[in-house]
Design a protein around this ligand. Structure first.
Ligand code: GRF
Length: 199
């Protein structure tokens, strides 16, 4: 089962997938990593693991639709079965979803549908929730709005700041993402409306 991972930053979720895929029993292999930003640590992690990379930066295209087509082509080169957005900070568009809709998943550091968007951890803290967590979802045209595949809760501590809570969520998030992607590879992903079944 071929995986392409979309990244924008540190790549700790990517690193967890790269560790998992060394086990043949995992059933999935990262065959390509695509970033919308050059020079990010996630690209170094991919190169160190011997996985080919591509950078598709918005500023190299005349508009968003052209960027989206460029992203779609860059991903298609690797012929993935599943695309994993792991800390990918851009919304994909119509061209991408035409090609990879229903088989692209995203990880988000909050319990959706609460606190979607780029600042899920900060927004949850500002709201004053006592429990947050992480969600793995199917990507659709909305902002972190697609059908939910799996979630796990993480308690908020009284003295948490954005960084400490995010770090604690990320420990759980990595494990959940690796688990979900492995199950998709082994058993398949079925999306019926808002409902998702693994296997
Ligand atoms: C993750 O918590 C992801 O859900 C969020 O940003 C973080 C990315 O971390 N959107 P990394 O790049 O995988 O280290």
């Amino acid at each position: 089962h071929r995986l392409v991972v979309l990244v924008s930053g540190g790549g700790s979720n990517l690193a967890a997938l790269l560790e998992a895929h060394t086990d043949p029993g995992y059933g999935a292999r990262v065959v390509g990593v695509v970033s919308d930003r050059p020079g990010v640590a996630a690209l170094d992690r991919a190169r160190e693991a011997g996985v080919p990379t591509a950078v598709v930066a918005l500023r190299d295209f005349p508009d968003r639709a052209a960027w989206d087509r460029g992203l779609t082509e860059a991903v298609a080169v690797f012929a993935p079965d599943t695309v994993v957005a792991a800390g990918f900070m851009k919304l994909v568009g119509a061209a991408f979803l035409d090609r990879f809709g229903g088989r692209t998943v995203n990880t988000h550091p909050a319990l959706l549908p609460s606190f979607p968007g780029a600042h899920g951890v900060r927004d949850a803290l500002a709201y004053g929730v006592k429990v947050s967590g992480c969600s793995v979802i199917v990507v659709d045209e909305g902002v972190d709005a697609g059908p939910i595949i799996a979630q796990e809760a993480v308690p908020v501590a009284d003295d948490d700041d954005e960084q400490s809570l995010h770090e604690r969520i990320k420990v759980v998030e990595r494990r959940l993402l690796v688990d979900v992607v492995g199950r998709i590879a082994r058993d398949g992903l079925r999306v019926e409306g808002r409902h998702v079944r693994l296997g």
